[in-house]
Design a protein around this ligand. Structure first.
Ligand code: DX5
Ligand code: ZN
Length: 224
């Protein structure tokens, strides 16, 4: 089982002082920076691109940057994010005509590759590519916005994908994204997630360290 990772989604940060927000959340105990890229085409919202990723690296951020691409097409932008300092790059299979090729492209640029499953996307999309992945990301909300409620069917999906990952014997992470809070993270961990994205739960709190510590404690109770 992979170590526990808390990855705050900067979608809910104050963009007017993004560098400071990222510094503060990392100082507060966050492990990764979750970086949501939306294009007003694949999803109905528009956010940030490689220039902002590069700016965070230049600002001095050394933590892993977990780029979640909600863009179509995918391949054109992959090299730009690799160059901008992305650690992992995850994408939605519906947004790529050649899923296996996109995974190879991400890895050929020295990044780790993740595949993201929307709430209605069947898990069998993983069947022929799981061995090539560093991470599976399950959406527990429909992508596009922060602050939505966790969709309960994601728990059963986590259990299924956890079994698939364990069957590979490979160190593939299982990440969950959407509606993760301090009070539901334990059942999400129990269902098999090891990597937890949380946007509004962290950035809307007055004390980042307090909420991250409560999340980590809750996960530790379950995972030991
Ligand atoms: C949604 C994004 C999420 C979002 C999560 O499309 O992928 O990363 O920021 O926000 P919360 O934790 O508020 O549901
Ligand atoms: Zn995300």
């Amino acid at each position: 089982m992979q170590s526990t990772v808390i990855a705050p989604s900067i979608l809910s940060a104050n963009f007017a002082k993004l560098g400071e927000e990222v510094d503060n959340v990392l100082k507060a105990g966050a492990d990764w920076v979750h970086f949501d890229v939306m294009d007003n085409h694949y999803v109905p919202n528009l956010t940030i691109g490689p220039m902002v990723c590069e700016a965070l690296r230049k600002h001095g951020v050394t933590a892993p940057i977990d780029v979640h691409l909600m863009v179509e097409p995918v391949d054109r932008i992959v090299p730009d994010f690799a160059k901008a300092g992305a650690t992992m790059i995850s994408f939605h299979p519906e947004a790529s005509a050649h899923v296996h090729r996109t995974i190879q492209l991400i890895r050929s640029h020295g990044c780790q590759a993740g595949l993201v499953l929307n709430p209605a996307t069947p898990v069998d999309v993983l069947d022929w590519v799981i061995d090539d992945l560093d991470m599976v990301l399950l959406m527990s909300v429909n992508p596009g916005f922060g602050g939505q409620s966790f969709i309960p069917s994601a728990l059963e999906k986590l259990r299924r994908v956890r079994r698939m990952i364990d069957a590979t014997g490979k160190p593939i992470r299982l990440e969950i994204d959407g509606g993760v809070k301090a009070d539901n993270i334990a059942e999400i961990a129990a269902a098999g997630a090891d990597t937890f994205v949380a946007g509004s739960a962290i950035f809307n709190a007055s004390d980042y360290a307090d909420v991250i510590a409560r999340m980590k404690d809750a996960v530790a109770q379950v995972r030991g």
